[in-house]
Design a protein. Structure first.
Length: 199
């Protein structure tokens, strides 16, 4: 079975699935369906605040969108970024979004599965052609910005990476312009969010 055939079967299965309570829509990577927990309120608050801070800086016809199926059938990958920047025209489709339409993908780290954002999506997004990737981590109050796709060990990879604490603004130098995201005041997860003892 080819990778594309496997991917199509997984997509068909996934498209007919209704996620059980507490689980988000699954993604597909490396021939596997990736299940994650539904976002916590502080996760969603982070997403809303970041969207509100980026949106006024975008040119006309561009927006910040959330939780949209984004797939690359040739690679056999379907990802659902927490947020992404693309044109309004790109969203006028009944099909999953083409990742080449995305200028910036943003993930807010889940307490239950941080490797999905730091390791897996840091590998998948450059392979899919997404030029800028911002990770916000409410667990420890840090952000990681990766950009400039090159090659490492024969595979697409981000060549630049910056990792700093909340309070330091993120400067995103994109093809559409330079945007600044203030990270001061972004929420942190509680002990309960992270499955530790209740506060």
């Amino acid at each position: 079975m080819t990778q594309q055939t496997l991917y199509r079967r997984l997509r068909d299965m996934r498209d007919q699935l209704t996620p059980p309570p507490g689980l988000a829509w699954p993604e597909i990577s490396d021939g596997e369906v990736v299940m994650t927990l539904s976002p916590r309120p502080r996760h969603q608050l982070t997403a809303t605040r970041v969207r509100d801070r980026i949106t006024p800086q975008l040119p006309d016809g561009w927006g910040v969108f959330g939780a949209t199926d984004t797939d690359d059938e040739l690679l056999g990958k379907l990802r659902v970024p927490d947020l992404h920047v693309c044109s309004y025209d790109a969203m006028e489709t009944d099909d999953p979004l083409d990742p080449h339409e995305i200028v910036l993908a943003i993930e807010i780290v889940s307490p239950s599965n941080p490797d999905n954002d730091y390791r897996d999506k840091s590998r998948d997004y450059p392979a899919m052609g997404i030029p800028h990737y911002l990770i916000l981590d409410p667990r420890d109050g840090t952000w990681t910005y990766q950009w400039s796709i090159g090659r490492t060990e024969g595979r697409p990879a981000y060549e630049n990476r910056l990792h700093l604490p909340y309070g330091k603004a993120v400067t995103l130098a994109t093809e559409l312009g330079t945007w600044t995201v203030e990270t001061a005041g972004l929420p942190r997860y509680s002990a309960k969010d992270m499955g530790l003892e209740s506060e």
